[in-house]
Structure formats: structure tokens, C-alpha cells
Design a protein around this ligand. Structure first.
Ligand SMILES: [Zn+2]
Length: 329
């Protein structure tokens, strides 16, 4: 990690008490706002964004993808008024794209050194394919998805793909009683039939709190408190200082795969080798939870990784927006 120590002590100074704001809200909005604020966002890209959504407020569209998924569980802001055009739009989208919840991630085994678009763990509905689909729609490809919806998903998924647990996941072996989970760290020993923890969603470090949410919410709130604008400003500084080192290279259609590869590598560290695995529960023979114990210094050890991934997401989002060959319709 090449991030300046001084910047990290600034994080420590900014840190407020833990709040229940997440990557879902704070992280996604901060990444989008950092992109909007960026002086390197090209005038053409900004004009195209304004043409599609009426302004350049990317933060306002950054969480729609999660809100649509919430509608499928009958929760979230869009179900407050089921007669509203916003609800109707979400309901139609869900009908057209019932698989949309799987667009937010890909479950690669730990130790994966590359995202293989044709490999056993990838698929047409995974996050890499879907970012590329959104690019194609914004470049004029016909779809039931509107350009506004494609832009909302693009902004959101570029955030998700930088969260290591949206790409890497733990696969396990168990004893004959289905207990004593053994995390498999060699990807060659993993088959897609093996049980996995769904990107840490099934790894509980307390009765209610799981590791995926820890990365989505707890760590994000530790960086700059509950204010996404403040986090966005900080991300801009960190991204600016590291822009040449972190810049994506080559064909932009290959970037989502490259970002997934980078996140998969980070996931190895998210699964700290000192994590202790305990009792396992099942529901209808499906894995429901694995109790874990995090090392005492887990937060201190991981905060820098979270800062880097958020700032990379902001930088890469601007880069991608600048590469898109926008069509005006
Ligand atoms: Zn998401």
C-alpha cells in the first residue's frame, strides 16, 4: 500500500463514533460524489451525464441498484409509496431483470489470481459482465434497461466491485457433522458445488453482525463519520495522490475484470489468517451462519485497505466515465 501515512493519520483525526451508515449509502454516495467533484471528469462525460439524468449529481443515483433489490424484499425507500412512478419503475425493472440481485457480486474462491470471464465461478449475470452491459447500453446498445438505469447501475457496481467481499468469498470443508469449518485457501481445491459464506454474509462476529456488513458499513463509517461529502473530499485527496499508480490501463472493456482481479487479491487479506471459525448453523441443509472471532486489531489492520479500495473506486469511476463513447438519443 503506497498510501501516505500522513493521510492515514488525517483519517484517524477525522474518525467519529461508529454510525449505522454503510457502503450501501455512505460509501456509494461518497464514491459518486468524488467522481462528480473530480476535475479530471471530462466536459463531454459531464454533459452526457447531465443529458441522461438532468444534472451531474451522481451521488443521488448511486444507491438505486440497492433500493431496487430492497423492493424485492418489500423494504427500503421505494416501497413507501406504491403508487409513485418511482415504485412503478422499480417494479417493472424487477420484472424485466429478476436476476438483478446477482449483478452486485461474483463469488471467486480465495487465492484466485485472476478473474476468468469464462471460468466456473463467473457468469453472464455477475458484476463484471453487468458493468460491461451497462457500458454497452450507454454506448447505444438496445436493451429493456434505459440509459438512466444503466448509468445508475454503472455508478453503483463500480463501487461494489472494489469491495473485496463482493468479489472474493470463503469456501469451506466441514466434518461429517457439518461442523469444524475449514477455510480453503487454495482455489484449485475449490469446486462450485462446495458451500461458501456468500462474501462474508454468513460469517457472524456477533449474534447479529456479519463480516460483509462490517466492510460495507462499520469500516466506512470509521473513516469520516456519517457525512458522505466529507468522505468524498477525503477520497478525492487520496485518489489524487495515487492517480498515476492506480490508473487502469489498456482497453476499458477489460477494466472491470482487472478490478475484480485486484479485489480478489485483497479478499485474501480480508480473510485474516488469525480469524477463528466456530459453530455452524444450517437451514434446510443450506449453510446459514458460521460464528467467527476477529483478531483484536482487525479494524486497525484493515482500515487502510478500505480507504484504498474506496479511493480506487472513485478514481476508476472517473476513468471509465471518460472512456465511454456516449450516444445522445
Ligand atoms: Zn450493491
Amino acid at each position: 500500500m503506497k498510501i501516505a501515512r500522513r493521510v492515514l493519520s488525517a483519517v484517524a483525526a477525522l474518525t467519529l463514533a461508529t454510525c449505522a451508515y454503510g457502503f450501501g449509502l455512505q460509501g456509494h454516495k461518497a464514491i459518486a460524489e468524488a467522481a462528480r467533484m473530480s476535475h479530471t471528469l471530462s466536459p463531454q462525460s459531464r454533459a452526457a451525464i447531465k443529458q441522461i439524468i438532468g444534472n451531474d449529481d451522481l451521488a443521488a443515483i448511486a444507491t438505486w441498484a440497492d433500493e431496487v433489490r430492497d423492493v424485492m424484499r418489500d423494504t427500503g425507500p421505494l416501497v413507501q409509496d406504491k403508487n409513485s412512478p418511482a415504485y412503478e419503475e422499480a417494479a417493472r425493472f424487477i420484472k424485466d431483470f429478476p436476476d438483478n440481485p446477482s449483478w452486485h457480486f461474483v463469488n471467486l474462491p480465495l487465492g484466485s489470481t485472476t478473474y476468468d470471464a469464462n471460468g466456473p465461478f463467473a457468469g453472464k449475470e455477475d458484476i463484471v459482465h453487468k458493468i460491461n452491459d451497462c457500458i454497452a447500453i450507454l454506448e447505444g446498445q438496445a436493451s429493456k434497461m434505459t440509459r438512466a438505469q444503466a448509468l445508475r447501475f454503472l455508478v453503483h457496481l463500480v463501487g461494489d466491485i472494489h469491495q473485496p467481499l463482493h468479489v472474493g468469498t470463503g469456501f469451506y470443508r466441514f466434518d461429517r457433522k457439518g461442523q469444524s469449518p475449514m477455510l480453503v485457501r487454495d482455489p484449485n481445491e475449490v469446486t462450485s458445488a462446495m458451500r461458501n459464506d456468500r462474501g462474508g454474509n454468513l460469517l457472524f462476529y456477533t449474534d447479529e453482525n456479519e463480516l460483509h456488513g462490517y466492510w460495507d458499513t462499520v469500516l466506512v463509517s470509521q473513516i469520516a463519520g456519517p457525512n458522505y461529502m466529507r468522505l468524498a473530499k477525503f477520497m478525492s485527496i487520496v485518489a489524487g495522490k495515487n492517480s498515476s499508480a492506480w490508473e487502469s490501463k489498456g482497453d476499458y472493456r477489460q477494466w472491470p475484470g482487472q478490478w475484480a482481479t485486484e479485489s480478489a487479491k485483497e479478499a485474501n487479506h480480508v480473510y485474516d489468517t488469525r480469524i477463528k471459525f466456530g459453530a455452524v448453523t444450517y437451514e434446510d441443509k443450506k449453510l446459514k451462519s458460521i460464528r467467527i472471532e476477529l483478531p483484536g486489531d482487525y479494524q486497525a489492520a484493515q482500515l487502510e485497505r478500505e480507504v484504498v479500495q474506496l479511493a480506487k473506486a472513485a478514481l476508476h469511476l472517473v476513468q471509465l466515465l471518460n472512456q465511454i463513447k456516449w450516444v445522445n438519443k
